[in-house]
Write a new protein. Structure first.
Length: 385
């Protein structure tokens, strides 16, 4: 009888122990689940070094329960608005003590710009969007049970290069082979990271497809700043530069602009590009020649000459003179007259020469010659005696 009672008592104790163990496990599991389900992500902070951007997310968990929870792991993925993976990271295991109101742990996500596909990188640098952070927290209660919780949320992304603009080209100067120009560049860096890089431009002749110029601009834009700068261009002159002295010209090119940051191409655009050229000898005018006696054998022939320097950049310097051809023979030539025409000015003079009286009754050709820094040019005017 006593043996039977003892067995019943033992069985009751076992049942009670199992119930207590189950209850304890349940309480610990619920305690752990309460910790991981309290996961909250705070506002990120940004730090950049070269091509690597680190976004640090403060992770908050609380543990109001009576048990400390250890071996907590938090992992996260950062994705663009199309679901493309940008970067991922996970924390080392950490513990949250019992009764902790809010416990903070940092989760840094490292983004290497060189590892992001080109199309996705261009969008990140030039378009505002919403990134998605998908985070999960888990704790394992070995060997019994594991608990986990997940959350996701949108993170507004402000691009480092927004409202990128190119202004109208401005001529700066020239030499014997090239025209120098500048193009204003502007953009806003709304992001929390610095932009350090360069803009390169390749110019190709729209007609021939040959390379005729290039440009370069160094860029440095701190977070939250507006960048303005001038892209310096060098455009090769045509082989016949004399035509630039007399003719209005439009240089038509196809331009390819590449924006690189920390040596990584983040933005590229191609399109037509034009530079207008106004001639330094614009609207040339020749008046009616006049003749006055000089002596018994010669007369003085005078030819009014004028032009407007329509070019806003070039000061035209050189000389002008007239000569008279009768058939293939040069029969008279005047002394050179100095030409100095600043941008936008009008130049006028009388070109004179002594002509043999016999030549005035012959069919001939008056030749106006211009010698300038662009080379030599001439205008022929028939005369009929």
């Amino acid at each position: 009888m006593r043996s039977s009672t003892g067995i019943k008592l033992l069985n009751a104790l076992i049942v009670i122990a199992v119930i207590v163990a189950f209850a304890a496990t349940f309480l610990i599991a619920m305690n752990s689940f309460g910790v991981v389900s309290s996961l909250r992500v705070g506002e990120p902070s940004f730090n950049s070094s070269g091509s690597v951007v680190e976004i640090s997310f403060p992770i908050y968990v609380s543990n109001p329960g009576p048990f400390a929870v250890s071996d907590i792991r938090v992992s996260a993925e950062l994705r663009d608005e199309h679901g493309g993976l940008i970067a991922s990271a996970s924390t080392q295991p950490f513990s949250v003590p019992a009764g902790a109101g809010e416990y903070q742990h940092n989760l840094p996500i490292r983004i290497d710009l060189s590892e992001i596909p080109q199309e996705r990188l261009s969008a990140l640098f030039s378009q505002a969007s919403n990134l998605t952070l998908v985070a999960s927290a888990g704790a394992t209660l070995a060997p019994f049970v594991s608990v986990s919780a997940h959350l996701s949320g949108g993170i507004p992304w402000e691009p480092p290069v927004q409202d990128f603009e190119l202004g109208d080209p401005v001529l700066l100067g020239y030499n014997s082979t090239h025209i120098l120009a500048s193009v204003p560049v502007r953009f806003e860096n709304y992001a929390a990271i610095s932009v350090e890089g360069e803009v390169n431009v390749l110019l190709v002749d729209a007609g021939t497809g040959s390379e005729i110029g290039s440009g370069y601009l160094e860029v440095e834009a701190p977070p939250g700043s507006e960048f303005t700068g001038d892209l310096q261009l060098s455009l090769r002159l045509p082989e016949n530069a004399t035509a630039l002295m007399l003719e209005e010209t439009t240089f038509r090119c196809n331009a390819t602009l590449v924006f690189s940051v920390f040596g990584i191409q983040v933005y590229s655009v191609s399109g037509p590009f034009e530079i207008e050229w106004d001639p330094p000898v614009g609207s040339p005018w020749l008046g009616a020649p006049s003749v006055t006696p000089y002596n018994s054998t010669h007369s003085t022939l005078s030819l009014p000459f004028a032009f407007t320097n329509a070019n806003e950049l070039i000061t035209l310097d050189g000389s002008a003179r007239i000569s008279l051809m009768v058939g293939p023979s040069l029969v008279a030539e005047g002394a050179p007259v100095e030409v100095h025409a600043p941008p936008g000015s009008t130049f006028s003079c009388n070109l004179e020469m002594l002509v043999p009286n016999w030549a005035l009754s012959e069919h001939g050709t008056l030749v106006l010659s211009l010698d300038t820094q662009f080379g030599s040019a001439s205008v022929e005017v028939p005369v009929n005696g």
